[in-house]
Design a protein around this ligand. Structure first.
Ligand code: GLU
Length: 477
């Protein structure tokens, strides 16, 4: 078998979307599993939709996840370069001319208005789908020449052969076939000389010697068009696999407008998710390994990836699962690594560095991702409202007793160790123990009836806050 060569071919029309990141990932895993090459090609022919930094954002997003292309616009292999379609126009032009010369394609001089009018007529006549009326296919050579001399703008259209069946073995869906009678003649080169996606992609996949194409199922109906060109050119087509949709928790296709899920890789990076966790999570979105285990390193995934286990049904983007996976990866980090990861998100909190470190470590097992830390800081910075449950604890008859002893024994040197000692004094002098002791102290100091380790919580609340809360409570009880 020849060396596996796959490509990820984004249009630089926006940031790296999670759906595209998954496509890139599965191509990458497939290539690396088979010791093949992963190629990044930029499909920038839809010039009106290209955005500045679109290409850069794609590359940065992939590299953040640890996906490096073997070949790309920035890392060209001279044999296959260039890697941006707009730099390959000569190549497409040559092939388009060949197809016209061979009679597979023809110049179409119909204006957009004429086409629109004709499509409207077909719709009015109740046709379910509209197709080109073959007007320019039926021009005789002399009529074509006349139009050429008038320099009328034209597109190049491919003539769909009659009575043909285009079929292939999809790596995911198995046997797929389309009949040519269901397709109308389609444009391969637009009036501005720029090729359409279905044409350019074939020229590129062929000339870059792509062996396998894994892409989203929205491209399934494009495949017969592409096969048509392979057939006309006498080229061998790559093997195709069309991956199923990613859906949200309401089983709706992920869409860039869906605000219930962060849609772009950059957002996960900015929120402080770990790249390896994201890599792991995306690998399970439409693929599953054998067995129950779900946490796999980059290298393990490369090793165990098996395209036969790509899912045939839609895969749900489960945010809780992502959080769980991210937490599993955070668990493997040392305290120092967690602090380095999380601290930047607390840059606006005006507290000493040591306070921030203690705070971060206190919540390291609670947070789902680095920036989640900010959701825990309020209770240390402002007076939070006391809940009815917490209020009940303040009414227990033991609570004023322990509050008074703690107030009398608040350490002057403010350390967790000294607070532990003060706690032992409270326990001994008040004679209160168990839940009334712990819960009482927690509520009277933090105004919450649950939270992380009590000594650290009291330490972080600070001496002034504790003193003021205890005094106020004791004076009323
Ligand atoms: N540029 C196309 C896209 O972004 C690539 C499709 C393909 O892989 O053939 O959807």
């Amino acid at each position: 078998m020849s060396k596996v060569r796959v490509r990820y071919a984004p249009s630089p029309t926006g940031n790296l979307h999670i759906g595209n990141a998954r496509t890139a990932l599965f191509n990458y895993l497939y290539a690396k599993h088979h010791d093949g090459d992963f190629i990044l090609r930029i499909e920038d022919t839809d010039i009106a939709r290209n955005v500045e930094h679109g290409e850069q954002n794609q590359i940065e997003g992939l590299e953040w996840m640890g996906i490096y292309a073997d070949e790309s616009p920035l890392k060209p292999n001279e044999k296959y370069a260039p890697y941006r379609q707009m730099e390959r126009l000569d190549m497409y032009r040559g092939i388009a001319e060949y197809l016209v010369d061979q009679g597979f394609a023809y110049k179409c001089f119909c204006t957009p208005e004429e086409l629109e009018e004709d499509y409207q007529k077909q719709k009015d006549a109740g046709h379910a789908s509209t197709r080109y009326n073959l007007k320019c296919y039926n021009l005789d050579p002399h009529e074509v020449k006349e139009r050429e001399e008038q320099k009328l703008p034209y597109t190049i259209r491919l003539h769909v052969p009659e009575g043909r069946v285009y079929e292939f073995e999809d790596m995911i869906r198995g046997h797929v076939s389309f009949e040519s009678k269901d397709m109308g003649d389609w444009v391969i080169v637009k009036q501005n000389g720029i090729p359409t996606y279905n044409f350019a992609v074939v020229v590129d996949d062929h000339s870059m010697e792509i062996t396998h194409v894994l892409r989203g199922e929205e491209h399934l109906s494009n495949t017969p068009k592409q096969l048509m060109i392979y057939d006309m050119m006498g080229w061998e087509s790559p093997q195709y696999g069309h991956m199923t949709l990613i859906v949200n928790e309401n089983h709706k296709k992920l869409s860039k407008r869906d605000e219930s899920i962060m849609q772009f890789i950059e957002q996960y990076k900015d929120a402080g998710y770990l790249p390896d966790a994201m890599f792991n999570f995306l690998s399970l979105l439409g693929w599953s390994p054998e067995g129950e285990e779900e946490i796999f390193s980059h290298q393990e995934l490369v090793k165990i990836f098996d395209e036969k286990r790509l899912s045939k049904s839609p895969s749900m983007f489960d945010k809780d699962k992502l959080t769980w996976i991210n937490k599993e990866y955070m668990k493997t980090l040392s305290d120092e690594e967690i602090i380095t990861l999380v601290k930047p998100y607390l840059k606006d909190i005006n507290k000493p560095s040591e306070w921030l470190d203690t705070f971060i470590l206190l919540y390291r097992d609670q947070i789902g991702y680095a920036s989640d830390i900010v959701n825990y800081v309020d209770m240390f910075l402002e007076d939070v409202e006391i809940t009815p449950e917490a209020n009940e604890v303040l009414e227990w008859e033991t609570t004023p007793v322990i509050a008074k002893v703690l107030l009398d024994n608040l350490p002057t040197e403010w350390t967790v160790e000294n607070l532990k000692e003060a706690f032992n004094v409270v326990k001994k002098e008040s004679g209160v123990k168990g839940k009334p002791l712990f819960m009482g102290l927690r509520v009277v100091t933090s105004h919450q009836n649950h939270g992380p380790d009590l000594m650290n919580t009291m330490y972080l609340l600070g001496r002034d806050t504790l003193k003021q809360r205890l005094e106020s409570y004791v004076s009323k009880h």
